[in-house]
Design a protein around this ligand. Structure first.
Ligand SMILES: [Zn+2]
Length: 123
């Protein structure tokens, strides 16, 4: 949601007239690495880059994409769509000795070790 709204905002600002203040500020931050007090240099630029690549948007060509509002919104929705339709659900790992189900294999291994001793079964 944060990623989506950030991208929407960036696209919105990109489509503003060049004299609009938010656009001037955003681009001066992008080009100069404007620094908030105490914040690392180029923080905004870097976080935008991260956001873009998380959504599979070309870091160099993002502004061309942002010019087309509907294409930009579609691109910004990419990440959310992928997350809403997970291709794989995590496999549960049931214990062979009791009814416990572990979510991770590594958790099952350590559980079964303790469980085996508790139930007095040979290793
Ligand atoms: Zn068990």
């Amino acid at each position: 949601m944060v990623v989506k709204s950030r991208l929407r905002w960036v696209g919105h600002v990109h489509r503003m007239d060049d004299h609009r203040l938010p656009k001037i500020v955003m681009y001066s931050e992008l080009s100069s690495g404007y620094r908030e007090r105490g914040a690392p240099r180029k923080r905004y630029k870097d976080s935008l880059k991260r956001t873009l690549s998380a959504c599979d948007i070309d870091v160099q060509g993002w502004s061309d994409l942002a010019t087309d509002r509907s294409a930009w919104i579609t691109a910004a929705n990419n990440k959310r769509l992928r997350r809403d339709n997970p291709t794989q659900t995590p496999t549960p790992h049931p214990c062979r000795h009791c009814s416990r189900i572990c979510r991770a294999r590594i958790g099952l291994i350590s559980h079964e070790r303790a469980c085996r001793q508790r139930h007095g079964q040979p290793p």
